[in-house]
Design a protein around this ligand. Structure first.
Ligand SMILES: C[S@@+](CC[C@H](N)C(=O)[O-])C[C@H]1O[C@@H](n2cnc3c(N)ncnc32)[C@H](O)[C@@H]1O
Length: 237
């Protein structure tokens, strides 16, 4: 097994694997003059991969201090802390005067007003020629069971996503959809974290309930009804 590759994937919280993120970087035309903002960046692993492979400059924002501290340690160890800054902050209150070439929001469901809200949030931070990266779950079938909709919030088919993007003037210039292997990596990653927490706090029954719910949703609904898409979006004009 390629352990280095495995280690990178471990710090990508959502489903797109490291090789696809690097491929997206090529399509985005990333280079040492590009600046990238990643909102809800998790450990900042996507920015780290792009800094390693394309020498970009970037900023990542996430409210989880554990992710940000670990991510900053990795950047420091890889001597990439001059390229990338990770900030522990709520993205809805994050402000900066800087305008970026690329703005990203990956894996947040319908937290910020769905696709429309996500596009509005990202547009605030980009240059007129800027591009967006959005990664989201989508619906594989026209209608989703109620339990899945309650668990995931609003989900769209790929076609509906395309319509929503293009109504806002954004066109898909590259996409990558998740495989079963990507899902299995993501689902079991979260389960391993939860198992660790249960071992540390065996009396906390909520964690065990969450683990049951997590696998119940995956095996009963998500595997059949949900896909994962990573989209590069550009304006034509
Ligand atoms: C599924 S993870 C995706 C992380 C990363 N984009 C990736 O793909 O690896 C969602 C992230 O959103 C962050 N998040 C959720 N709501 C947030 C908010 N209001 N402000 C900042 N971060 C938030 C969480 O802390 C978590 O790291």
């Amino acid at each position: 097994m390629d352990l280095e590759f495995y280690d990178e994937n471990k710090y990508l919280i959502s489903m797109t694997p490291a090789d696809k993120i690097i491929e997206a970087g090529t399509v985005l035309g990333l280079n040492d003059k590009c600046s990238v903002l990643d909102l809800c960046c998790g450990y900042g692993e996507m920015l780290k991969l792009w800094a390693e492979n394309f020498n970009i400059k970037g900023v990542g924002v996430d409210r989880c201090t554990e992710y940000i501290n670990t991510g900053n340690r990795h950047l420091h160890d890889a001597q990439l802390n001059n390229n990338i800054t990770l900030i522990a902050e709520e993205v809805q209150t994050y402000i900066t005067d800087e305008k970026f070439d690329i703005a990203c929001l990956c894996g947040v469901g319908d937290l910020f007003g769905g696709i429309d809200g996500h596009i509005s949030m990202l547009e605030r931070f980009i240059k007129p020629t800027g591009k967006l990266v959005i990664a989201e779950c989508f619906l594989n079938k026209e209608s989703a069971p109620k339990e899945l909709r309650e668990f995931e919030g609003e989900l769209y088919t790929l076609y509906e996503l395309y319509r929503l993007f293009s109504e806002r003037g954004w066109y898909v210039s590259w996409l990558s959809t998740g495989t079963n292997a990507d899902w299995e990596r993501y689902i079991s990653w979260e389960a391993r974290r939860t198992i660790e927490k249960i071992r540390k706090s065996p009396d906390d029954k909520r964690m065990l309930e969450w683990l049951d719910k997590w696998y119940h949703m995956y095996f009963k609904y998500r595997r059949e009804y949900e896909g994962w898409g990573f989209f590069v979006l550009e304006r034509i004009w």
